[in-house]
Design a protein around this ligand. Structure first.
Ligand SMILES: Cc1cc2nc3c(=O)[nH]c(=O)nc-3n(C[C@H](O)[C@H](O)[C@H](O)COP(=O)(O)OP(=O)(O)OC[C@H]3O[C@@H](n4cnc5c(N)ncnc54)[C@H](O)[C@@H]3O)c2cc1C
Length: 549
C-alpha cells in the first residue's frame, strides 16, 4: 500500500498519532439544545424569507451567475439560465464567477480527489463559456467569514445589477447566502436570487397528509413517484446560456484573464502517479459524466436490480462525483433514463431502471432531511440521542480501519478501495461504517470525516445519512458471503488472501492459525466482531436510555 512520506496532505492512508488527534479536534459541534433551536428556525427558512425581498425589479446592467461547487456546468443549469435570460432582456453582459475558498476546504476536510475534480471541471467550463464570450472569474476568499463581502465587492466593481446562483442546503452555505442577501437589501440597484437546481423536487416540499415534510423514505418515495408522474414537466431542462457579443471580451478583459487557482498543499495529491490514476478514474466535466451515464444505460442498468450489491461486478453507475459537484443535471439524467425506459414512469418498465431511480430518490430525500433538520450538517446525528454514546478511545483500531488492516477481509477490502480509488461501493460503505461505530465503538464522526477526506464524491447529505448511527450492526462475514460469493472483491483488494481457500477468505481467523496470518502478512483481527457487536448494542442501550437531548 502507498505510504506517503512527509504527510503534506490529509489524503494519505497511513495514519499517525497526530492524524488521530487532528481528526478528533475537527469533530466540534453545537450542543444538542442549540441544535434544536436551529431546527426550530432553520437557515433555509430564513433565506427563503429574505429572498422575497432581494428579488427586486432593478434596471438590468451586467448580470452575474455565481457558480458553486454543486452546479459546475452550463447544461440545464437553472441559475445560469435565469441569468442568461435576464441579460438578454437588454442588459450589458452575462458574467460568471466561482469563489474559491481554501479555508472552507480545510474546514470541510475536502479530499484532494474532489478538490482536483472540481478545479478540472471548472477549467473545462471556463473554456466552454469563453467560446461564448462569457467570462468565468475565479475569486479567492481569504477567510471563511468574508465571503459575502467579497461577492458584494465583485458585484460593485463589475457594475452588476442581478446576482443569480444555485441553492446549497447546508447550514454554513445557507448562512453565507443570508449574509449576502442582507447586504443586497441595503443596495437600491442590486437584486439577488438563489434557485433550486440540485433536485427534481424542491427539498422540504413533499409533505405527509398531516402537513409536515416527509421524514420516512418509503412515503417520500411513493409521493415522489406520484408527483413526477402527474407533472412530467419537472424533468424539463433549460437551454444553454446565450453568448455575449464579441465586445464583451474587451469590456471584461480582467475577468477573462483570471486563472484557475492552485490547490493548497494539503489538498494536493501525494504524487503525479496518484493524480493521473485518479483523473483517469474520474474524468472531469459534463461530457464525461453524460458519457458515463450513456454507457451505464447501455451495459449495466438492466442488471442493476440483481447485481447492485455485488461490488466485484462494479455494477453501479459511478456517477456520484458528477452528481455531488453538479457536473451533470439530475433532471437531464432522469429524462434520458425515462427515454431509455420507453417513457414509462419510474415505477414501471425495466426493473433495473426502477431500482436505480430509487437510489436517485434517496439522494433527493436526504436533501430534504438536511433542509428540515439542519443540525445534521453540524456534526450531529439526526437522532440526537446518539450524541450521548460514550465512544471508545482506540487509536490502534482507528489506524487499522483507515489503512484496511482490521483483519476482517470485507472491511479491509472496502477501505483499500477507498484509499486507492477515492470511492467505495455502497455495500462496503455500509459495512465499514457499521464496523467503525459498532465493532470498534469509535465515534462515527471520525469515520464520516475520513470519508470526507478521501472520497471524490463527498456529499454532506448522503454521507451524514449514510453514517447515521442506529442499532443495526452488520455482520461482515455473512455480508461478504452473500454479496461477494466467490470472494472476488476481497481477493482483488486484499491480495494477501488471494491463495487461501474460499471459506477462509471471508473470515480467516475462523480457519487459519495465528502463524498462518504471519506467513501471509495479513493482520490478525483487532476485535472479535461478534463479541464487540454485543458490547455496542449494550452500550447504545445504556447511553441512549439516559440521554436527554
Ligand atoms: C456510510 C456511507 C457514506 C456515503 N457517503 C456518500 C457521499 O459522501 N456521497 C455520495 O454521493 N454518496 C454517499 N453514499 C451513498 C452511496 O454509497 C453512493 O452514492 C454510491 O455508492 C455512489 O456510487 P454510484 O454513483 O455508482 O451509485 P449508483 O448506485 O449508480 O446510484 C446512482 C446515484 O444515486 C445516488 N445514491 C446511490 N445510493 C445512494 C444512497 N444510499 N444514498 C443517497 N444517494 C444515493 C448517488 O447520487 C448515486 O450516484 C454513502 C453511503 C454510505 C452508507
Amino acid at each position: 500500500m502507498a505510504q506517503t512520506a512527509g504527510k503534506k496532505h490529509a489524503r494519505s492512508d497511513s495514519q499517525t498519532h497526530e492524524d488521530y488527534l487532528r481528526v478528533q479536534s475537527e469533530l466540534k459541534h453545537p450542543s444538542t439544545k442549540r441544535a434544536k433551536q436551529i431546527d426550530a428556525d432553520t437557515p433555509y427558512d430564513q433565506l427563503e424569507a429574505i429572498l422575497e425581498q432581494t428579488r427586486k425589479e432593478v434596471k438590468t446592467r451586467n448580470v452575474l451567475h455565481w457558480f458553486r461547487s454543486k452546479d459546475i456546468r452550463q447544461e440545464d443549469n437553472k441559475g445560469l439560465h435565469a441569468a442568461s435570460q435576464k441579460a438578454r432582456e437588454g442588459g450589458d453582459s452575462l458574467i460568471s464567477m466561482y469563489l474559491f475558498s481554501p479555508k472552507d476546504m480545510e474546514w470541510h476536510g475536502t479530499s484532494p480527489a474532489r478538490s482536483d475534480f472540481i478545479l478540472e471541471s471548472l477549467r473545462i467550463l471556463k473554456s466552454q463559456l469563453e467560446e461564448k464570450n462569457i467570462p468565468l472569474a475565479i475569486l479567492t476568499a481569504e477567510g471563511r467569514g468574508n465571503k459575502s463581502a467579497k461577492v458584494m465587492q465583485f458585484a460593485k466593481e463589475n457594475d452588476v445589477s442581478h446576482i443569480y446562483s444555485s441553492m446549497e442546503y447546508e447550514v454554513d452555505e445557507l448562512r453565507r447566502d443570508v449574509d449576502l442577501a442582507k447586504k443586497v437589501q441595503e443596495e437600491k440597484d442590486i437584486s439577488f436570487d438563489v434557485l433550486h437546481d440540485q433536485t427534481v423536487i424542491v427539498p422540504g416540499s413533499l409533505h405527509t397528509g398531516a402537513g409536515g415534510p416527509h421524514k420516512v423514505f418509503t412515503r417520500y418515495y411513493n409521493d415522489w413517484l406520484g408527483v413526477t408522474k402527474k407533472d412530467p414537466s419537472l424533468l424539463d431542462t433549460c437551454p444553454l446560456p446565450e453568448g455575449n457579443e464579441k465586445s464583451a471580451k474587451q469590456a471584461h478583459q480582467k475577468l477573462f484573464n483570471s486563472t484557475i487557482s492552485e490547490l493548497p498543499e494539503s489538498k494536493q495529491f501525494g504524487s503525479d502517479e496518484e493524480r493521473d490514476r485518479i483523473r483517469k478514474l474520474w474524468p472531469a466535466g459534463n461530457k464525461a459524466g453524460m458519457q458515463r451515464h450513456a454507457d451505464f444505460l447501455k451495459h449495466k442498468i438492466a442488471n442493476y436490480a440483481n447485481y447492485r450489491s455485488e461490488a466485484a461486478r462494479d455494477p453501479s453507475s459511478r456517477l456520484s462525483p458528477y452528481f455531488s459537484s453538479g457536473i451533470v443535471s439530475v433532471r437531464e439524467i432522469l429524462r434520458n433514463t425515462k427515454n431509455f425506459n420507453k417513457d414509462k414512469n419510474f415505477d414501471a418498465g425495466d426493473i433495473g431502471v426502477v431500482s436505480w431511480v430509487r437510489e436517485i430518490v434517496f439522494r433527493e430525500f436526504y436533501r430534504q432531511v438536511t433542509v428540515i433538520t439542519p443540525h445534521t450538517s453540524m456534526n450531529l446525528p439526526q437522532n440526537l440521542k446518539f450524541d450521548f454514546v460514550q465512544w471508545e478511545d482506540d487509536e490502534e483500531g482507528w489506524k487499522k480501519w483507515c489503512e484496511g488492516r482490521t483483519g476482517v477481509p470485507f472491511i479491509d477490502a472496502g477501505m483499500r478501495q477507498l484509499n486507492a480509488e477515492a470511492y467505495m461501493h455502497n455495500r462496503l460503505r455500509m459495512n465499514t461504517a457499521s464496523y467503525l461505530r459498532a465493532n470498534l465503538l469509535l465515534d462515527y464522526r471520525l469515520g464520516e470525516r475520513y470519508f470526507a477526506e478521501h472520497l471524490v464524491d463527498w456529499d454532506l447529505s448522503n454521507n451524514t445519512q449514510g453514517w447515521e448511527p442506529s442499532y443495526t450492526v452488520f455482520n461482515p462475514v455473512t455480508q461478504a458471503e452473500k454479496h461477494d460469493k466467490n470472494g472476488d472483491f476481497i481477493r482483488k483488494w486484499v491480495p494477501e488472501l488471494a491463495g487461501v481457500e474460499r471459506k477462509a477468505v471471508f473470515m480467516p481467523s475462523e480457519r487459519l492459525g495465528k502463524e498462518e496470518f504471519e506467513r501471509l502478512g495479513y493482520p490478525y483481527p483487532h476485535v472479535d466482531f461478534k463479541e464487540s457487536a454485543q458490547r455496542a448494542k449494550a452500550r447504545y442501550k445504556r447511553d441512549l436510555a439516559d440521554a436527554d437531548p
